[in-house]
Ligand binder design. Structure first.
Ligand code: C2E
Ligand code: CA
Ligand code: CA
Length: 563
């Protein structure tokens, strides 16, 4: 590039125009929020504006060797870009410096800035002055103030620009924090914002140089990872997975917040930004429906599945409106491990879909949760179970009924009052009821759930921690758990023949629970062999196909009569 000699000094207009450089400098600096620096190239000494010194960890307004001092504050992954840009200028290839990077301010936060400067030379071609401005992009609407990340608008510009190259390779990884609305609902928005900021800042440390993260709406983020194939994008998710599955602490509060992701590949799945984002969003939705905390690559089939969920949603709505038509509660016996008698049952919901045939609860319960129908349906299941239990205790006085409760039901303010009303209506003593809740909620939201658990226990209802071993629980946490019963997930019994670990695990859980007065149910007992093993390690209660599959109430009664 051609050098521009003494851009200002060479201009004729200054011959008839005298200005005081000090006043001029002062006026410029005071009329902008930007940071301004001037470097005397002969002595390598800089004068920085007052706000620059106030906002960043600089030794003073006068800084010797500003380039490396400033460089030290720049985020590691951006450092090279910054130094390269300076080097190109010093090599004489250009007299301009223009680069965007993240830099640490005095509050210890990384902020996005764009840094521009111009190197000027004297008549002999020696550099004399290098001066310019640093702009905080957060103040220009390009940056999301909560997380300090570039916004969605910037993401679309980057992708559009990148896609101009016909053979552009890479992936869009759309991320959604799992159950983030729960984090907000249980604590508050300020805490929620801190969680988002911590997530954003941490993820950045995991990103390779050719990847960049953007803040989308709510709890969503997108990473654009260029120049790579599916495997690399997948490996990046694996890193985020490992991080998000460990316990985090923000503002002194400890919590878990896992991440689901959807991936669409540039030029493989779509050749424009809007399609790619739509496809990544469909893949993310699929991850959420597959139980969250996982990743899905986009495929055209996903669109079909999404359509199926929407249709199921409509049909479920119709069922609910028609007085719970096509819903039925089945019962699976719970067996006392000591005397092998049926001591209770778990109520399990079934739904016959007119268009698709039988659809399992693992598929329709999440749809009910999404459509806001779960409270109504859950309460109906509870009432059915109470009604049935009332009949059965006249035959077996110690009968106990277990009912599954979705987390969203617990968030309903009326939940406990509704439960009490139903128990009263059927005149059932609460000691006959156990409410089952999935393990992960015990760990993630213990503080918020304590109060509601306390109320339920005061009434006399027992609480079971369901699917133990599938979430994040550590054995250590069990001792403090408010649960009366722990149900070990069937995954463990499935694997006891493979190696000793799983049997040891079940055995340790049983011992530990017994030491603090918690009773243990082992789920998924499918044959005599398994039954014998779990009895030998002193499980209290057994459940599984070996004894019976879940069956309609009538069939359950028939079974009991025959026994
Ligand atoms: P869950 O609470 O873990 O229920 C136990 C599941 O294990 C049931 O599946 C049951 O049929 C199955 N099962 C029992 N014994 C065996 C066995 O020996 N081998 C195998 N392979 N499976 C066994 P189901 O009925 O399909 O229910 C799936 C899940 O749906 C339940 O898991 C529960 O989380 C949810 N669910 C069912 N009914 C309700 C409900 O009324 N409300 C809520 N919120 N969730 C429900
Ligand atoms: Ca259950
Ligand atoms: Ca279970």
């Amino acid at each position: 590039m051609e050098r521009k000699w003494c851009v200002m000094g060479g201009s004729k207009i200054f011959d008839d125009f005298e200005i005081d450089p000090y006043l001029f400098y002062d006026a410029i600096v005071k009329s902008t929020d930007d940071y301004i620096y001037v470097i005397d190239m002969k002595t390598d000494t800089a004068l920085v504006s007052e706000n620059m010194w106030e906002d960043f960890e600089l030794p003073g307004r006068i800084v010797k060797e500003l380039v490396p001092v400033w460089g030290e504050l720049i985020l590691d992954r951006d450092k090279q870009r910054y130094y390269d840009s300076i080097q190109v200028m010093l090599d004489g290839k250009t007299n301009e410096h223009h680069v965007e990077y993240q830099i640490r301010n005095r509050k210890n936060e990384y902020v996005w800035v764009t840094c521009r400067g111009l190197l000027q030379y004297d008549d002999q071609g020696n550099p004399v002055i290098f001066a310019g401005v640093v702009t905080n992009l957060g103040m220009k609407g390009k940056i999301d103030p909560i997380t300090g990340l570039f916004t969605q608008g910037e993401c679309s510009k980057l992708v559009a620009h990148y896609m101009e190259k016909k053979e552009a390779k890479g992936g869009i990884l759309l991320l959604g924090l799992d159950d983030f609305s729960r984090v907000n609902a249980l604590h508050n928005h300020i805490f929620g914002n801190s969680v988002l900021r911590q997530f954003a800042q941490t993820v950045q440390r995991y990103l390779p140089e050719n990847a960049q993260i953007f803040r989308f709406d709510g709890d969503e983020f997108a990473i654009i990872y260029t120049g790579v194939g599916k495997q690399e994008v997948y490996e990046l998710y694996q890193k985020l997975y490992a991080y998000s599955n460990s316990r985090q602490t923000t503002d002194g509060v400890s919590y878990f917040c896992t991440v689901s992701a959807g991936i669409a590949m540039l030029n493989e799945d779509g050749d424009n930004y809007l399609d790619l984002i739509k496809y990544a969003a469909a893949a993310l939705e699929e991850s959420k429906h597959r139980g969250k905390n996982t990743v899905t690559f986009f495929s055209p089939d996903l669109i079909k599945e999404k359509l199926r969920r929407m249709k199921l949603g409509n049909l479920l709505q119709v069922s609910v409106m028609n007085g719970m038509k096509n819903f039925e509660v089945y019962y699976q016996p719970l067996i006392d491990a000591k005397d092998m008698e049926t001591k209770g049952a778990e109520a399990l919901l079934r739904w016959k879909c007119e268009d698709y045939g039988p659809v399992g609860p693992n598929e329709f319960i999440p749809v009910l949760e999404d459509n806001g129908l779960i409270n109504q349906v859950g309460l109906w299941v509870f009432e059915e179970a109470v009604k049935t239990c009332r009949q059965w205790i006249s035959l077996y006085s110690e009968f106990v009924m277990n009912v599954n409760i979705s987390y969203l039901q617990m968030l309903d303010r009326e939940f406990v009052a509704n439960i009490e009303d139903i128990l009263q209506k059927y005149d059932l003593n609460p000691r006959h009821i156990v409410l089952e809740m999935t393990e992960s909620y015990f760990v993630t939201d213990m503080s918020a759930l304590k109060e509601i658990f306390q109320k339920l226990r005061t009434i006399g209802i027992k609480i079971a921690m369901d699917d133990f071993g599938t979430g994040y629980s550590s054995l250590g946490l069990l001792a403090q758990s408010p649960a009366d019963i722990v149900k070990i997930d069937r995954l463990f019994i499935r694997a006891i023949h493979q190696n000793d670990f799983h049997l040891q695990f079940i055995s340790s859980v049983i011992m530990l629970c017994h030491s603090v007065g918690i009773s243990v149910t082992v789920e998924g007992v499918e044959n005599e062999d398994e039954m014998k093993i779990v009895r030998s390690i002193e499980a209290d209660c057994l459940q599984g196909f070996y004894f019976s599959r879940p069956v309609p109430a009538k069939e359950f009664e028939k079974m009991k009569r025959q026994a």
